[in-house]
Design a protein around this ligand. Sequence first.
Ligand SMILES: Nc1ncnc2c1ncn2[C@@H]1O[C@H](COP(=O)(O)OP(=O)(O)OP(=O)(O)O)[C@@H](O)[C@H]1O
Ligand SMILES: [Mg+2]
Length: 397
Amino acid sequence: MDQTGQAGGTQVGAQGAHADPVRGDILVVEDTPASLQLLSRLLTDAGYRVREAPNGELALWSAQAQAPELVLLDVRMPGIDGYEVCSRLKRMPGLDEVPVIFLSAHSDTDDKLRGFQVGGVDFISKPFQFEEVNARVQSHLKIRRLQQQLAAHNDRLQKESRQRLAEIAHLNRNASATVYCAALMHELNQPLAAIMSNAEAAELFLKMNPPQLDDVAEILSDIQRDDRRASDLIQRMRELLKKSDPVVQKLDLNDVVRQVCTLLSGEARMRRIVLEMQLAPQVLPVAADPIQLQQVLINLVLNAFDAMAQLADGARAVCLATRRNGNTAEVLVSDQGCGFPEGHERVFESFFTTKPHGMGLGLSIAAAIVQAHGGSIWARNNADGGATVGFALPGQP
Ligand SMILES: Nc1ncnc2c1ncn2[C@@H]1O[C@H](COP(=O)(O)OP(=O)(O)OP(=O)(O)O)[C@@H](O)[C@H]1O
Ligand SMILES: [Mg+2]
């Protein structure tokens, strides 16, 4: 194969070498030894770090051993040709984004099209002018580096926003801690009272003559069961309040609604609100973090409670309904309260509140959590008064 690097190239190289000692790590793949050496020397003189590969196999091996920043790849080579090398590179993890510039003596339109189809970014015809090679290499390296910076920047932003969401969500969870504590105390009362009356009964059985040991054994197992119930409750509360990374698992949405109703039943009783469930008859499997889903629901139900504060006793009711809707599983929280204010699209924004002591975080956190689960959330006023807030999550098989 005959091609020549033109004299001008070395000149550019000399300038480049002063500007930046290492301008890029380039893998040159070319089967003709003379061309390989020439291109390699010109690029080295121009300040690039150059690796040489005399055929496709060695090129792939070298790229895998250490990813180059750019590949100059001859199209026609014995063994695997340039197109094949390129498409294999594009399938290798970590190498798929490395720009590949083809070098070809037969660069008609079809050749070029094929080169772009297998993932090449540019085409240089042989015999080449080194100035052209250098200019194209430089601009593709620049594009690649800018892309990398952008991706790193994006990653950082995403990480920061996830962290911020986690912090705010935790804050909101702590703010609801009083409600959880009230619910916990109420819930704990039941097993504790049962344990106490069982213990008293056991004492009586033991005082009998002869002591009724069978009855005592039965009572002890009841006490153990109640104790487990109490510690489950405490555990659930602990999970709700601790700062932990979300763990996505397969859940029945109906179960989550039941748990939240149990958790908030004490609060509902205190506020004289009837908490009603209308659950879909079938299981509603979703993939979600259970604690985060509980948090969404707690925020919606507490809002519904707040919305009915001014209503007369006996008129306060909140309904939690679930249903399957196509491929999604939905929860709807409806109340008969004051309804959303005018221009209520803003209620999902952080810090939007109409309450004197509200933080304006509940709905924005609910929305962030639902969206992070691939779902959607909406809010609307009911035709017959009050409001409904619903969310849908992708259903699981
Ligand atoms: N069920 C509802 N009925 C009527 N208005 C509602 C309802 N839910 C939310 N809103 C309105 O949306 C606003 C934002 O709700 P959001 O839960 O985000 O914040 P908040 O309840 O004010 O404060 P917090 O951070 O304590 O939840 C509320 O202040 C209220 O005006
Ligand atoms: Mg709220």
